[in-house]
Design a protein around this ligand. Structure first.
Ligand code: NDP
Length: 446
């Protein structure tokens, strides 16, 4: 490791012990940024990197709620307000039993650079709870969301901090939280994004992250004269991001053959077409069932406890969770001919896996670039709320598409090496950093 990165990381780890995911995310960024900062001493003198690795504010609170048996349950609630240099804090809420400070700090840190890349005026934040919506009744989820928002509403606002969804937080949860915010604060404002279309949501917001990851993959493929036509695509996850990644990849001529959840994955060599996708959406979003049921219905293979990376594919769209592709998985993907990885999820590839991609010079779009479409359309939802207008589906989709092209261009600008290879990791890290850093320099020691 570069000794300057090593020294920076030693200080960060000493200040933030036992936060492995946060260390991982910062180190990846530091490896790109430290050489760049050395060439641009104004950022070094102003300690911009040290400052962006320290949250502006961390809010941690108790979330008590009553389950259906009338018993009190207690969860932890969090909001990480990471950086507001270029706009109000913006970033999702995650409800999952694995949620802890380290995971939210990694996500909030990534969010700062991602939001900057979108070209929209949004700072970075993240939040959530160790609450597990799986197996809970609608009423339990509602009571939890109301209790969570009863505290969170003191800290957020349309011009301060605007949360959205993430793992375990979809339209249902956003609706319950929005209702509670409005009730307590007595104001109808765009304080959350991912809202229902009847009460201030944006068309294309549910589709945005998955579509965006596919648009980004398409831009990467264009640099090699390739497209989705006739390509086999492996997708992980089966939630919001995975569903719409499949929809768009299929529309562009790809054949998506896998889907997963935390229990295992399915392999459908015939491809997941529109009809099968409609079944998955009903299964996952309404019945809240398991992906295994897909294999039972369509008579394909289900692999218990496994991830889909052993299946031969041209394109991989990891869309479940962090660290779901390790070094071995990455080697298998490359050996099987995969030449595009576009990350719908946040940090799904371990650092060792990323090394494999870069060494083999495949087209690798890291999450902060490839999945920025979600927060970009959240930004467009904020714009529409401020205007008190709604744009058409076509208009939002066209803006999303343009933003993904612009992010690709930024990555190319900052990530292309002397041999013409685009290192999208460097491109996204440096491209995202510059705008935030310039804003921080202008605003002084804040
Ligand atoms: P959902 O809750 O809709 O779906 C998550 C999917 O991933 C489910 O299939 C879930 O399976 C699976 N999953 C979750 N945790 C694990 C785990 N520990 N191991 C294996 N599988 C797991 O979430 P989203 O689709 O919204 O989010 C997926 C990823 O995309 C996350 O990394 C998120 O941060 C990222 N992302 C999401 C954005 C958005 O707009 N929603 C924006 C940008 C990034 P199961 O049901 O079994 O838990």
């Amino acid at each position: 490791m570069d000794p300057r990165v090593e020294q920076f990381m030693a200080q960060l780890i000493a200040k933030n012990p036992n936060e492995n995911e946060f260390h991982q995310a910062v180190q990846e960024v530091a490896e790109s940024l430290i050489p760049f900062i050395e060439e641009n001493p104004k950022y070094k003198h102003a300690k911009v990197l040290e400052r962006i690795a320290e949250p502006e504010r961390v809010i941690l609170f108790r979330v008590p709620w009553l389950d259906d048996k009338g018993e009190i349950q207690i969860n932890k609630g969090y909001r990480l307000e990471m950086n507001s240099a270029i706009g109000p804090y913006k970033g999702g809420l995650r409800f999952h039993p694995t949620v802890n400070l380290s995971i939210l700090k990694f996500l909030a840190f990534e969010q700062v650079l991602k939001n900057s890349l979108t070209t929209l005026p949004m700072g970075g934040g993240k939040g959530g709870s160790d609450f597990d919506p799986k197996g809970k009744s609608d009423n339990e989820v509602m009571r939890f969301c109301q209790s969570f928002m009863t505290e969170l509403c003191k800290h957020i606002g349309a011009n301060t901090d605007v949360p959205a969804g993430d793992i375990g937080v979809g339209g249902r949860e956003i609706g319950y939280m929005f209702g509670q915010y409005k009730r307590i604060r007595n104001e109808f404002v765009g304080v959350l994004t991912g809202k229902g279309i009847q009460y201030g949501g944006s068309l294309i917001r549910p589709e945005a992250t998955g579509y965006g990851a596919v648009y980004f993959a398409e831009e990467m493929m264009k640099t090699r004269g390739e497209s989705f036509k006739g390509k086999t695509v492996a997708v992980s996850g089966s939630g919001n991001v995975a569903q719409y990644a499949i929809e768009k990849a299929t529309q562009l001529g790809g054949k998506c053959v896998t889907l997963s959840d935390s229990a295992g994955f399915i392999h459908d060599p015939n491809g997941i077409d529109a009809e099968k996708l409609a079944y998955i959406m009903e299964l996952k979003n309404v019945k809240r069932g398991r992906i295994k049921e897909y294999a039972d219905k369509y008579g394909c293979e289900y692999y218990e406890g496994k991830r889909p990376w052993g299946i031969k594919c041209d394109v991989a769209l990891p869309s479940a969770t962090q660290n779901e592709i390790n070094e071995e998985d990455a080697k298998t993907l490359v050996a099987n001919g995969c030449f595009v990885v576009s990350e719908g999820a946040n940090m799904p590839s371990t650092p060792e896996a990323v090394e494999v991609y870069i060494k083999n010079k495949i087209l690798y779009g890291p999450g902060k670039a490839a999945n920025a479409g979600g927060v970009a359309v959240s930004g467009l939802e904020m714009s529409q709320n401020s205007l008190r207008l709604s744009w058409t589906r076509e208009e939002v989709d066209q803006r999303l598409h343009q933003i993904m092209k612009d992010i690709h261009a930024t990555c190319e600008k900052y990530g292309k090496d002397s041999e013409g290879f685009i290192n999208y990791v460097n491109g996204a890290n440096i491209g995202g950093f510059v705008k935030v850093a310039e804003a921080m320099l202008a605003q002084g020691a804040v």
